[in-house]
Design a protein. Sequence first.
Length: 170
Amino acid sequence: SSQLSITTGVAGGGYSVIQIPFAPISSTGTAVTLGDDALSSALPIGFNFNFFGKTYNQFSICSNGFISFAGNTSSLLSPVAIPNTGLPNNMIAAAWQDLNPMAGGNITYQTIGITPNQKLLVDFTNVPHFGSTSTVTFQITLCQSTNVIEIHTTNMSASTYYSMEGIEMD
């Protein structure tokens, strides 16, 4: 297992990356059904979240292991180096790779807590790689007042595809 926290407070509204204790939060979130290489419709965050100086209250989930705040984001099946000038943008990647939730696993989201300490939890649980039985399990957490982003990776099975973890604005 691994863990990553991306925190605000860097000059220019950027982020810094620190290692944090592995502590995903148990969730019984709303299931999101996605096809292969698909992007969900806009979903509610449950609070305002500031990402690189812009405030968002909705997000989309990509079946290929990332969330995005941009409605026109591509669901690119294979990761590219970030930052990049093409799509996807305004995204948080926990395990961006060619995943296929139609073949198994679960994708859920849930907002928990009370203002000003709410958290959005986005969980991928045992979602298989395309054409493989190996799976990924991770959680992306967005924190309301601090705008902290946490990524908790439980399982990143071996695959013929490489994986990208990180953030990018437009």
